[in-house]
Design a protein around this ligand. Structure first.
Ligand code: 5AD
Ligand code: SF4
Length: 469
């Protein structure tokens, strides 16, 4: 059994039925005396990473063991993203490469799920041009994977599900990547229809899990050693758990649970970021002082075209409140460069708001037209060279601001969760404390998963170095 395999206590009836199919798959493997392996390839955001942990949970329920090598797998699941064209191209290219593995192992089952194949044209393309893919499933149908795998094992017809079902599907088992850091999905979908964004079309309308189910999962996580929990949703500020439980109340209730852990949340829409949420961050010690509040553009005209439902003045007002309530807060943002019709003046507005807010970090993206969204049909699409040139100016400005913001951490002592071995140096560990930058430090691997006290020795643009005290 996988180390971080968690079964839920609250299970919807349809999910229970499909877990029955998982048992049937496990039975087949047991009768064959097989010890099959699964491999999951994930693209995209944290929501997809959390979904993949649920897919992994179902694979374990079906009797598969995890492998990190696709060549060794008997079942490959690809969890795709559709938010920009680049992510779709990467997924199609990887799926193309899996053909060679299937040629060598004809019994291999390949399934593709997630946002890309929730678009009919993409599911069709896989059906027609990738005959070795056994099935696809949309984001609302992931719980049906055991039935799809059972069908593939029995040699049934290939299946391409586009169910348009937008439910919660409470009770899927989860195979977590980490014991000490955890995603906790609190809601799914989005109602905002920003004009550039494909998410509402591929993840359906907003639906919130019950506070009871979330608290139950949080308790399980903490009992299992979780020290860093991130509440996830496309727009967590509109969480509505019924009986007046909003995101602030939910976080108060989680913070009241016993245990030494810290709590994060993402993503927030500025129009819904409430005073109550800011107050929760100011008063609850367990909430990490980091607010991800995507502005997208610093031009009021473009914000209107984006259908963001706030202007720069309202945004700056929220930021001002946040800075007063939580003086050491780290603020981060998403910004799109080259939205249709963006003029040099609009772009200068974006640079201007970056100077005013002084973000700790910015995730910036060149606008990518998405079929079916209003912005894809707008006149004045911006040539790539123009967007790329603006992007390089934006990155240079943000590097300068990041360097200035990072200075405040120099010589500070902070409590850091030792997350993992550093990717760049196997003798170092990496973790996060105050702020959003990873901190590298020398320590024995046995402290991974624990909090350590560090003094920050040096800061650079993208990371810090610390020393255990
Ligand atoms: N092109 C570029 N970036 C996009 N995002 C969403 N849709 C697009 C698109 N069509 C960005 C937004 C969002 C982040 C997750 O991805 O900035 O906040
Ligand atoms: Fe996309 Fe806007 Fe919803 Fe975020 S809030 S997922 S950008 S539509």
């Amino acid at each position: 059994m996988a180390e971080n395999y968690i079964k839920s206590k609250i299970i919807d009836s349809e999910v229970a039925q499909h877990l029955g199919f998982a048992d049937a798959v496990a039975d087949i493997h047991r009768k064959n005396g097989a010890s099959p392996k699964y491999f999951i390839q994930t693209f995209g955001c944290q929501q997809n990473e959390a979904d993949s942990e649920r897919l992994g949970g179902m694979c374990v329920a079906m009797g598969y063991e995890k492998t990190l090598t696709p060549e060794e797998a008997d079942l490959i699941l690809v969890n795709t993203c559709a938010v920009r064209e680049h992510a779709e191209k990467k997924a199609l290219s990887i799926i193309g490469q899996y053909k060679h593995i299937k040629d060598r192992n004809p019994a291999l089952i390949i399934g593709v799920g997630g946002c890309m194949v929730t678009q009919e044209a993409r599911a069709d393309k896989l059906k027609k041009s990738y005959p070795y893919v056994s099935f696809t499933f949309d984001t609302g149908a992931a719980y049906k994977v055991p039935r799809l795998v059972l069908g593939a094992l029995r040699g049934e017809k290939r299946s391409f599900i586009l169910s348009d079902e937008w439910k919660i599907n409470e009770g899927l088992p989860i195979s977590r990547e980490s014991g000490h850091m955890a995603w906790l999905s609190i809601m799914y979908g989005c109602n905002n229809f920003c004009s550039y964004c494909i998410v509402p079309y591929v993840r359906g309308r907003e639906r919130s899990r019950s506070a009871e189910a979330i608290i139950e999962e949080a308790k399980q996580l903490i009992a299992g050693g979780a020290k860093d929990i991130t509440l996830l949703g496309q727009n967590v500020n509109s969480y509505n758990g019924g009986d007046g439980v909003d995101i602030a109340e939910l976080m108060h209730r989680i913070c009241a649970l016993d245990g030494d852990f810290r709590l994060r949340f993402m993503t927030s829409h500025p129009k819904d970021a409430s005073d109550r949420l800011i107050e929760a961050m100011a008063t609850e010690e367990k909430i990490v002082k980091h607010f991800h509040l995507p502005i997208q553009s610093g031009s009021d005209r473009i914000l209107k075209e984006m259908n963001r439902k706030y202007d720069t003045a309202a945004y700056l007002e929220k930021i001002a409140k946040l800075k007063v309530a939580v003086p050491d807060v780290s603020i981060t943002s998403d910004i799109i460069v080259g939205f249709p019709g963006e003029t040099e003046e609009d772009f200068l507005g974006t640079l201007d708001i970056m100077e005013k807010v002084r973000y700790d970090m910015v995730f910036s993206f060149i606008y990518s037209p998405r079929n079916g969204t209003p912005a894809a049909k707008m006149d004045c699409q911006i040539p790539h060279e123009v967007s790329a040139e603006r992007m390089s100016r934006l990155l240079a400005l943000q590097d300068k601001i990041s360097n200035e913001r990072n200075e405040r951490f120099l010589c500070r002592t902070m409590r850091v969760l030792a997350e993992d071995v550093s990717k760049n140096d196997p003798n170092m560990l990496t973790g996060r404390g105050d702020g959003v930058r990873p901190i590298h430090f020398a320590a024995d691997r046995s402290v991974i998963g624990q909090f350590v006290d560090l003094k920050i020795k040096s800061v650079s643009t993208y990371s810090f170095e610390g020393e255990i005290i």
